[in-house]
Design a protein around this ligand. Structure first.
Ligand code: NAG
Ligand code: NAG
Ligand code: NAG
Ligand code: NAG
Ligand code: NAG
Length: 417
């Protein structure tokens, strides 16, 4: 008998609870403040916020026609409901959130992405101590991120991307001990990037399109899978220790002012698949002891640097590599026959190069036979802007791209005939 009734129990509870459930007055207060803070002309008809009618108890009437959406409640203690999720994305709302006193101690998720919210992050956000996900992306927020945000020790995901935030990332971010994902891209952040090595769960870090400067911080957590810092003002060398981050899969440090050598550790890393270091000032590529055979790299982009010397043969020995760009550097010497085989006739078990971009260097000499025999469109190969005087236009990868003048090629070094 009991086993028959048991499955019905949650249903009975669900039917009974709404009758006695009551939103905690403090939570109702915050929801009211939020609605009042909004520019009324930014509330589209039929939107979540338009349906918020405080003549009724919010959590009790959630998904009735008075409160259709925008938040979730949980019955916490003896019939008192607390707001656990607030979601107002993609609605066109505009307001400054600073006038709201964010006292929602049970809130776990707040998503205000893709609206026109403006002003700074309210200090009282630091009272949202159970918050696990905070998304403010694609709004018009501005000013500096308050250090008090660093006290959100339950926060797992923080999305600040696509706003007008400025100033530096507060050192207090080391207090975000649960953080897994941090998205800061497309803001006006400046200054040195803090050392977040203590954030043992952080796997995704995106600081793209900001004004971060100085050297890369000394420490990143070993949990890091994606490190994206494209288009900043970082400088100095990329430390070899970055290769010790054993879970890395994607590294994009392009469009900065990094210099020195590309560390060998990145070419023998067991999980790194994408390495993008274009538009920097690297001057050399270190050769790994393992000759690249252990690498998992699929795509390597070292274009638009100042790398000199011969094309590194080991790049053609990486078994999974299928896109290689070395364009617009100062490479010289002949195209290694290994590159040609990797592109046209890879060994069994070797992925072929479907992109081989070598334009804009000082390469000279004959084009290796396997490349010359390739069918058009079997791969994207570019050799324009080199010193390959015999790059006949009938070869698809020679067409449409001039070679450098012999004067320019001669001036680049005595090694070129
Ligand atoms: C957090 O809430 C308490 C009241 O619950 C308040 O006294 C305190 O000032 C708040 N903190 C911030 C930073 O607003
Ligand atoms: C950030 O921007 C605000 C205006 O939104 C400005 O008053 C403040 O000086 C800026 N801070 C920094 C560090 O640039
Ligand atoms: C770099 O970011 C700035 C904004 O911070 C943007 O205007 C510019 O187009 C970006 N450059 C590249 C190469 O992505
Ligand atoms: C490569 O080999 C050299 C000398 O054999 C050694 O000093 C170096 O530590 C090795 N590098 C790595 C990354 O194993
Ligand atoms: C690379 O080549 C350019 C053009 O010839 C030259 O101006 C530059 O100094 C060279 N850079 C290095 C690092 O050799």
């Amino acid at each position: 008998m009991a086993s028959l009734l048991l499955p019905l129990f949650p249903l009975l509870m669900a039917l009974l609870l709404p009758l006695q459930a009551k939103t905690h007055w403090e939570d109702t207060q915050v929801l009211k403040q939020l609605k009042n803070a909004l520019d009324p002309t930014s509330i589209p008809s039929g939107s979540c916020l338009e349906s918020w009618d405080f003549s009724l108890d919010p959590c009790d009437n959630l998904f009735g026609h008075k409160f259709t959406c925008g938040f979730r409640c949980d019955d916490v203690v003896s019939g008192v409901s607390r707001v656990t999720d607030l979601t107002l994305d993609h609605a066109g709302y505009s307001a400054s959130l600073s006038s709201v006193f964010w006292n929602l101690p049970f809130l776990q998720s707040l998503d205000f992405s893709n609206n026109f919210f403006s002003g700074p992050i309210p200090n009282s956000f630091s009272n949202l101590t159970r918050l696990r996900s905070l998304s403010l992306s694609s709004n018009s927020f501005s000013g500096e991120v308050p250090p008090s945000i660093g006290s959100l020790s339950a926060l797992e995901e923080l999305y600040l991307n696509g706003n007008g935030f400025n100033g530096s990332i507060p050192a207090s971010f080391v207090g975000l001990v649960s953080l897994k994902r941090l998205e800061l891209q497309s803001n006006g952040f400046t200054g040195a990037f803090p050392d977040l090595g203590v954030l043992k769960n952080l796997y995704y870090l995106d600081g793209t399109d900001n004004g971060f400067s100085g050297e890369l911080p000394a420490g990143f957590p070993a949990s890091l899978v994606q490190l994206l810092m494209r288009n900043n003002s970082f400088e100095g060398v990329v430390p070899s220790s970055i290769g010790d981050l054993g879970n890395l899969q994607v590294v994009d440090l392009s469009h900065n002012q990094f210099s020195g050598s590309v560390p060998a550790a990145l070419f023998e890393h067991p999980s790194l698949e994408q390495l993008t270091l274009s538009f920097n000032q690297f001057s050399a590529v270190e050769t790994p002891n393992s000759s690249g055979a252990r690498s998992s790299l699929i795509a390597v982009d070292l274009s638009d640097n100042e790398i000199t010397g011969f094309l590194p043969p080991f790049l053609a020995l990486m078994p999974k590599l299928s896109a290689l760009s070395l364009e617009n550097n100062n490479f010289t010497g002949m195209i290694p026959v290994l590159y040609a085989f990797k592109t046209a006739k890879p060994e069994p078990g070797m992925s072929p190069l479907v992109r081989l971009l070598l334009g804009g260097n000082y390469l000279f000499g004959p084009i290796p036979e396997p490349l010359r025999l390739m069918k058009p469109d079997s791969a994207t190969v570019t050799l324009a802007g080199n010193c390959l005087f015999r790059c006949p236009t009938f070869l698809f990868f020679c067409q449409g791209g001039e070679q450098k003048s012999s004067a320019e090629c001669r001036s680049a070094g005595p090694v070129i005939p």
